[in-house]
Design a protein around this ligand. Structure first.
Ligand code: ACM
Length: 685
């Protein structure tokens, strides 16, 4: 047979899904591949859904159809087909994930094949999205789809502000529609213990309750707890029945709930209820368990035993983050433990606890998951690391043969502002707009193909210190969670911001119609205009001497930051703001290389009080022709005022001077000496 080049090209284009009447398939997250055909299928009142599976599978399939507004009638196909047929099969050519599916829409009917019940669930979600776009008319199409990652998660912090089981179930409805398969509940933290444990009733009679409706009120008024019976008590917890209900509801939506029980730190509420588990036995003074005390292990194992009875998840998250470890250094029991176990420092003492808890979980058929600090002092043999302080923890874990889940703050912390802070409810800080979430690639390029497999997936974390209501929580989640759904599901080659942007603009009104309080991305303001406007001035690229070093925790663009012509945006962590934490004080000199006439010098500072970022109380600007004798050009005093906003202020001088050297000093307010100062671009004109 003679095959012309033309017909070959046409065939390849057809296979590639390019021979379409629509621009893209319009499914979110974008599937692996698709190919349009001619004609369409009508999903109408006569359509029958045919599925033959066990009771469990029937339940999942019923749940899969539960969110659609099209007629759902189960039964055999009638005259002329008109059937949506679902089938679990042993293999599907071209895909391997157990969550894979194929979706064939023909004129007479629809066939969804999958390798598991979850695959059927996802095939149905895709079909529902197609049907919604055409009001029940679905163009003939073939879709082959599977997720990029097996772990696609969202974490909800239900400690800082308790959220009802109905709220959690409502989010499961939507998250499962966008093919998330893990819901991590941050059940315990200083602000409140949220799960009933029979053996330790004080956890829910006392540690779950506080005065102060919001985390902020509670935290500003001494962070105390109160009895459940106190008329002013605020808080709550899940009963065991609540948990069973949520776990089962999630299971029917192909979502596994992963419980997090914090240890060895973030445990102030436990240690208020059971002070004997801390090193000093003083209620309200400690966040860390005493690792030297056997009672701590008895407590943790008892709690985990009850937790494992409720949650069938492979993973139990044990926290592990941000332990101060301070009391361990002087506690006789901790010191004794270190000596007996040959532990050289408190990092190894933490690691001792993590190893021991891992053995306990493994003995019960579960695996340990923890924040990346569990690497400190040596990682437990089977542990999986959730990398939040950037990606390095995940990389280190993967390189040492451990699984990792990426959740770096820069891309995955949904408690950050999603738009210009002045247009948003108060947040903890940061700036994480939708397109930045979408741009994330959880597999670092530096990893070899083999090691890449150790990255199980990605998760967004919604910490809730500044999120007191259900509506606010949804507002912070959506639409960013949907961008993350595509990060988690879709292979990079199939991702397109332009296509996603078009889809999300249509999805948001639908979310609102369904009762979800999504941020209205159509009204996005975007980053500070200064961020996108490089500035030319006399000091760009000139040598800067730091009389006091900048803070290495926020090095931005290093020594070049203050005069690289690039100005900072809404977020002090955007690598454009340089941090100063040494007694909150800055002192730099810029060498302009020759004496010149200057008429203005200014620098900008930002303030956001939650994370302790403050304006300076005094700025001194001086100049010199020789670098020895300085003339003070101005001294500016500023009354630092605590507030709830994110603010920016320029401190500068204008006049006439001959100068080669420009010195810029900024002092901390004595009240906020522990704070941080973030500065950008010293502009000299
Ligand atoms: C964390 O954000 N402390 C895990």
């Amino acid at each position: 047979m003679k095959v012309s080049l033309f017909s070959l090209v046409a065939f390849v284009l057809l296979l590639a899904g390019s021979c379409t009447t629509k621009k893209d398939v319009g499914i979110t997250p974008e599937p692996l591949s698709y190919s349009w055909g001619k004609g369409s299928f009508e999903w109408n009142k006569d359509t029958r859904i045919a599925f033959d599976g066990n009771e469990d599978a029937q339940q999942i399939v019923k749940t899969a159809f539960s969110e659609t507004r099209f007629p759902v009638t189960f039964g055999a196909a009638g005259e002329g087909g008109n059937c949506i047929r679902l089938e679990v099969v042993d293999s599907i050519s071209g895909v391997t994930s157990p969550e894979a599916y194929s979706l064939h829409v023909g004129k007479d009917g629809v066939a969804i094949k999958a390798l598991s019940d979850a695959g059927l669930f996802y095939g149905v979600q895709s079909l529902i999205q197609l049907a919604e776009q055409g009001e029940g008319t679905v163009q003939v199409v073939d879709i082959l789809d599977e997720p990029r990652f097996p772990y696609r998660g969202i974490m909800l912090d239900v400690s800082r502000h308790f959220r009802s089981k109905d709220f959690v179930k409502k989010q499961i409805d939507l998250l499962s529609h966008y093919k998330f398969n893990r819901l991590h509940l941050h059940l315990t933290d200083a602000a409140g213990w949220r799960i009933a444990i029979d053996k330790y009733p004080r956890l829910t009679q006392y540690a779950a309750w506080r005065k102060g409706k919001t985390w902020k009120e509670w935290s500003n008024s001494g962070a105390n707890y109160c009895e459940e019976t106190d008329p002013e008590a605020q808080g709550g917890y899940y009963t065991k029945d609540d948990i069973r209900e949520m776990v089962e509801y999630a299971r029917q939506h192909c979502i596994t709930i992963i419980p997090e029980i914090e240890m060895p730190s973030h445990s102030d509420e436990v240690l208020a209820a059971y002070p004997e588990l801390s090193c000093t036995h003083e209620p309200g003074k400690q966040s860390d368990f005493c690792v030297g005390n056997e009672k701590t292990f008895e407590f943790l194992e008892d709690v985990l035993t009850e937790v494992m009875e409720l949650f069938p998840s492979e993973y139990i998250h044990i926290g592990g983050d941000e332990a101060s470890k301070a009391s361990w250094k002087t506690c006789p029991l901790c010191q004794k433990r270190m000596k007996e176990e040959g532990l050289k420092d408190v990092d190894e003492l933490q690691s001792y606890l993590i190893h021991r808890i891992e053995r306990f979980l493994n003995d019960h058929g579960r695996n340990l998951l923890g924040w990346d600090e569990i690497l400190q002092g040596g990682l437990a043999p089977n542990a999986t690391v959730m990398s939040w302080r950037g990606e390095q923890g995940g990389i280190d874990a993967a390189l040492s043969g451990h699984h990792a889940i990426m959740t770096p703050g820069e891309y995955c912390y949904f408690d950050a502002y999603q738009d210009a802070p002045y247009s948003q409810p108060e947040a903890i800080g940061g700036y994480l707009p939708l397109n930045k979430v979408y741009s994330y690639n959880p597999v670092p390029d530096s990893l070899s193909t083999d090691i890449r497999k150790m990255i199980l997936g990605v998760q967004a974390n919604l910490w809730a210190e500044y999120i007191p209501t259900d509506e606010h929580m949804e507002y912070m989640l959506y639409p960013r969670a949907i961008a993350l759904a595509e990060v988690a599901w879709t292979v990079p080659e199939r991702k397109s911001w332009d296509s996603f942007r078009e889809r999300i603009l249509k999805i948001i009104p639908e979310l609102k119609a369904k009762g979800y309080n999504s941020f209205d991305y159509a009204k996005e303001i975007g980053n500070r205009k200064e961020y996108d406007e490089p500035v030319k001035h006399l000091a760009v690229g000139k040598k800067v001497t730091f009389n006091i070093p900048y803070w290495p925790n926020y090095p931005a663009n290093g020594e070049k930051t203050l005069n690289d012509g690039l100005r900072g945006g809404w977020n002090y962590n955007d690598k454009r703001w340089l941090g100063f934490a040494d007694n909150h004080r800055m002192d730099v000199v810029i060498d302009l290389e020759k004496v010149m006439k200057i008429h203005s010098i200014s620098a900008e500072f930002m303030q956001i009080c939650g994370p302790y970022v403050f304006m300076p109380s005094e700025v001194i600007i001086s100049s010199s022709v020789d670098g020895k004798e300085y003339i003070q050009l101005t001294a500016i005093h500023h009354q630092v005022q605590k507030d709830d906003s994110v603010s920016f202020k320029k401190f500068g001088w204008e006049g006439e001077a001959d100068a080669r050297y420009v010195r810029y000093q900024a002092m901390a307010d004595s009240l906020y000496k522990d704070g941080i100062q973030f500065v950008d671009e010293i502009i000299v004109k």
